[in-house]
Write a protein that binds this ligand. Sequence first.
Ligand SMILES: [Zn+2]
Length: 384
Amino acid sequence: MTCFGEGNLNRKIIASVLVAAIALLGGCKRSSETSETSAESTSLTTVTETTVNTSETSGLKLYSADEYRAAGVNELNSVPILMYHRIYEKNNAETSYTGGNVDKDGYNRTSEAFEADLRSFYQQGYRMMRLTDFVDGNIDVEFGYSPLILTFDDGIRDVVLLGWEADGTPLFDPSCAIGILEKIKAEYPDYNVTATFFVNSQLFENGEENDRKVMKWMVDNGYDIGNHTKDHAKLGDCNADEIEKQVGYIYKLLDDIIPGQYVNIVALPYGSPESMGPDKPKYDRIFSGTYDGFNYTSKASLLCAWTRSYSPFVRDYNNTAIRRIRAYDNNGEEWDIEMNFEQLNNGKRYISDGEPDTIVFPSSENSSGDWLKETYGHQVVTYD
Ligand SMILES: [Zn+2]
């Protein structure tokens, strides 16, 4: 796993907190209002009193233990990263499959079901965020709410262009993924509507010139575009040179169309390979290589799907094998949307403290503050 970001090593906290470590915050000044004990050996700030203030210098906002407890704040819990494919203009009643599934396996979804998913997640207290920020450990979601990440693979029926307005604004089919996302964005300004679209060489199938213009519009309007390989290749079956070609081709293309504005993340077709490691050196080419004179690096790769992702703040999280939830219906069984969200909502969901530069969780959770601090540079706060 890579080490993310520089973090804010010089954060200064002016707050009434008990500092539960001697090694707290290397390089940080402690205010006179903090006291310390040597009872624990991890680098944690434990919030025990009710008055915790915002530092004027850092803007770092802490709450009381009571407030954290009441909201159930836990940033070591799991995050739903939804995997969608095609969105078809259909009502659920128009398909012969369960719920909003358009095909037997539920990879494609009706427009009715997709829109209902988005409304439902909002009502359950989820708010969207960018996948690339998640990978960077930069989770900026309002206090008491939970992050939600949307991904779309293959580019087909996701961004269906009908034409262009006179001012250059794209006119989308209102039943495709981005058509519905734009509708929801207008309706719920605090939902932070965003999604990452993983494309193959055919992009969104609106014709190359149109797709180039559409992609520029997308990255300027809160959406991200990532890499799903040139030919939707099963990378686990490819040799190193083929992997380099499959991954590098798309990065080179994205760099030509939206230089510096795409995300260096690969959604692995078929979720292959499922694991990478020093014993499988050819898979390194997913993470760095050169194609046709173009050097690329990736910072993460996504598996195909079944369940919620680990928080990036736990050791089980692995940025080469990020888990996703397959967005389908199966009567609450076999890891469909309903089953996944039922588990999330029953004590497994990441609930934010509203402050991206702190990682907050109950002190009963087992974690290493030192590891978190070194990896992300965030302040670690626990509460009883
Ligand atoms: Zn795919």
